[in-house]
Design a protein around this ligand. Structure first.
Ligand SMILES: Cc1cc2nc3c(=O)[nH]c(=O)nc-3n(C[C@H](O)[C@H](O)[C@H](O)COP(=O)(O)OP(=O)(O)OC[C@H]3O[C@@H](n4cnc5c(N)ncnc54)[C@H](O)[C@@H]3O)c2cc1C
Length: 399
């Protein structure tokens, strides 16, 4: 270990920015040298695309510029706008396009990119709801839409933000109704998922979908999308059945995930980096993986879901541990754990939302509690994103 420990954080999203903001004091005291590596000049905060779809937030207001690091509150952290191309966890270095960084502690928080190739035909046929660009294109297509079938699909797990696909189709339902001219009546809305129904709170969303006439096709992993025929072909579901192929006029999807390509040597078959859900430790000394790039299996069975709220609580716990390690000369961490406790406001259509309280590890299964359905909760969701951004950036967001 070097005299002043070198902490390298990869990725300036929910997890990386939270971690660097918390570690800034340590860097200010000269107790550690902290470097944040981020490949893009601005962050596009997840969770805003729903608001762009509804024209509540302007697309050009979504990116928050890092300003080469000058826009960030963690002013004692070195910001390197560069892409990581290689990581060597044995020799303890990270290579970017311009430099090689040696580290004592490495936090991998690069989020996940998409692996549409897992489902042949998906990229050519579907709008990716996690992409701002695709959301804008889908919004244009919806403006021109005269009726037919719109499908929202979760082809395969894992994907980003468990409630997002449910939110999208419920928002589309509202937009079609508000468009008038009987457009809603001329449209068949279908939600397909590999799971047993809408998540996270199945009974509530099931009822909501029923109330708004949205058909659910559950246990339906997508095997292939026939782009020329505009047809979804399903594989055998967990219930042992295979849903019938389904045609569509417009297809939205939550694309399957993969850690960015530079990290694939650290991944397992899930295409993500295995790490412990509580400590976020990987199998390599001094290396943690957190947020969307990590594959954390919960004791109750499923994979830890991916959301900004979870990335933040993981980063907060890890910051405590890294700080304790630095202050103790590498002897002990603070024993802080990710408990998987978070909250989010999920849109439920009709311009309403509900607060979902989530506890992933407090019992034998994940626990969800749903707050009242109100219009105010939609604004709360936007405010949560604004508040998150203000923790990391000096400037207020424009949205
Ligand atoms: C449509 C949508 C709605 C959502 N809604 C919500 C919500 O309401 N609430 C919620 O909690 N979450 C929501 N999420 C999920 C949330 O955005 C993600 O879970 C969260 O961003 C994950 O944080 P992260 O830090 O792991 O990754 P990210 O925030 O994706 O950040 C990763 C960063 O790493 C950088 N990077 C990647 N590869 C490299 C490389 N090779 N070199 C250098 N830098 C690299 C990327 O450019 C990126 O800036 C939503 C997501 C989507 C897509």
């Amino acid at each position: 270990m070097s005299v002043i420990p070198r902490i390298v954080v990869l990725g300036g999203g929910f997890a990386g920015l939270t971690l660097c903001t918390k570690l800034d004091a340590l860097a200010a005291e000269g107790r550690a040298q902290v470097t944040l590596v981020e490949r893009t000049p601005s962050t596009g905060v997840g969770g805003l695309t729903q608001f762009v779809l509804k024209r509540q937030v302007h697309a050009s207001d979504v990116p928050m510029k890092y300003g080469g690091g000058a826009a960030l509150r963690c002013s004692n952290v070195r910001f390197l706008c560069d892409e990581v191309t290689e990581v060597n966890v044995k020799a303890r270095w990270v290579r970017t396009r311009s430099e090689t960084l040696n580290y004592d502690y490495l936090a991998i928080a690069t989020g996940a990119t998409f692996a549409p190739e897992v489902v042949p035909g998906l990229a050519a046929s579907a709008y990716n709801i996690c992409s701002l660009q695709d959301t804008l294109q889908f919004r244009d297509a919806l403006d021109r839409f005269q009726g037919g079938r719109i499908v929202m699909s979760i082809p395969q797990f894992p994907y980003k933000c468990p409630p997002a696909p449910q939110e999208f189709i419920l928002i589309v339902e509202t937009l079609l109704r508000e468009a008038g001219n009987g457009l809603r009546e001329k449209t068949d809305l279908v939600f397909t998922t590999e799971a047993d129904g809408p998540i996270p709170m199945t009974p509530f969303f099931k009822k909501r979908f029923e109330d708004y006439g949205i058909r659910i096709v559950a246990f339906a992993p997508v095997e292939e999308v026939k782009a020329d025929k505009k047809m979804l072909v399903f594989g055998t579901g967990r219930d042992g059945n295979r849903a019938k192929p389904m045609s569509f006029d417009l297809l939205m999807a939550a694309f399957p995930l993969a850690a960015p390509s530079a990290f694939q040597n650290l991944c397992d078959a899930s295409r993500l980096i295995p790490s412990d859900p509580r400590s976020m430790r990987t199998e390599w000394d001094g290396v943690w993986a957190l947020g969307d790039c990590a594959r954390m299996m919960l004791a109750s069975g499923p994979m830890h879901p991916k959301a900004g709220g979870f990335a933040v609580v993981q980063a907060e716990a890890l910051a405590q541990n890294i700080e304790a390690l630095v202050r103790s000369g590498g002897k002990s961490d603070a024993g802080a754990e990710n408990l998987g406790i978070s909250k989010c406001d999920a849109e439920v259509g009709n311009n309403e939302a509900a607060t979902v309280s989530i506890n992933l590890m407090g019992g034998p299964t994940m626990m969800f509690e749903l707050g009242p359905v109100t219009e105010e909760a939609v604004e709360d969701k936007l405010q949560w994103i604004r508040d998150s951004v203000e923790v990391w950036f000096k400037k207020k967001p424009k949205f």
